[in-house]
Design a protein around this ligand. Structure first.
Ligand SMILES: C[S@@+](CC[C@H](N)C(=O)[O-])C[C@H]1O[C@@H](n2cnc3c(N)ncnc32)[C@H](O)[C@@H]1O
Length: 230
């Protein structure tokens, strides 16, 4: 349950097979939700990010990391479990010299590094896919007091579901580009349960916002949580 590499790997493999990863222009906005253009942008991580050290856990193809490095002058490290994603991110944005992509499990990276960050974030990335009682304390170790942790996750009430009644993960599915569905474990907490886990790991929750996407009915689709290290 620690490394859910195979569904993510299968996803990246199909994506990679679908076409060459070419250099891309950097997105004009940071996206936290399923609906581009909606919700806050980079400001949630701090007002002036110039020269700040940021870490993304589960960066995928690196669009948000590239935005933060280029449009905000931050030094960004993007970590992803799937080597193919990291290759893709490097093909898209490897030319940017304040951006580094690393292949590895978020938890292993956090345990191995000595670096401290000004903010750590995840956009439908590792947070929610790794046991929070392991991941959140490891994140806390790499942030000084007052620093920000922000993450978006699929909303636990999307499609009419309800949040977990306990601390265990639930079975969910990753849908591959060819529509195959592979099982994945996901922590589907309510805001209150996230707040409890955050507080145990040494954070206080500063905001929780939910977003809807009209293409996906009236249920909320994204939960965006922001916290600060105590
Ligand atoms: C849905 S994608 C989101 C990618 C990116 N954040 C974005 O918004 O485009 C989830 C990513 O998290 C990565 N991931 C899943 N579990 C991880 C883990 N334990 N450590 C690091 N990355 C992980 C997957 O490989 C995948 O690239």
């Amino acid at each position: 349950m620690l490394a859910q590499a195979s569904p993510c790997h299968a996803h990246a493999l199909q994506r990679t097979a679908a076409g060459l990863a070419e250099p891309l222009s950097v997105p004009a906005r940071m996206e936290w939700t399923t609906r581009p253009g909606q919700g806050p942008g980079a400001e949630i991580l701090g007002r002036d990010l110039r020269g700040k050290r940021l870490l993304e856990l589960g960066c995928g193809p690196g669009h948000n990391a590239a935005h933060l490095a280029t449009r905000h002058g931050a030094h960004v490290t993007g970590v992803d479990l799937v080597g193919l994603q990291v290759r893709r991110a490097r093909s898209h944005y490897g030319r940017l010299n304040t951006l580094t992509f690393v292949a590895g499990h978020a938890l292993h990276y956090l345990h191995a590094t000595d670096d401290q960050f000004d903010a750590i974030y995840s956009v439908f990335g590792a947070i929610g896919l790794v046991a929070p009682e392991l991941l959140l304390p490891a994140i806390a170790q790499r942030l000084a007091p007052g620093r920000v942790l922000a993450f978006s996750i699929p909303h636990p009430q999307r499609g009419g579901r309800s949040p977990s009644g306990d601390d265990r993960p639930r079975r969910d599915h990753v849908t591959l580009p060819d529509r195959t569905r592979l099982p994945i474990a996901r922590w589907e907490f309510s805001t209150d349960r996230w707040e409890r886990h955050l507080s145990q790991a040494g954070f206080w929750l500063t905001s929780a916002q939910e977003f809807r996407d009209p293409r996906m009915g009236h249920w909320p689709t994204t939960l965006l949580i922001r916290a600060r290290k105590l």
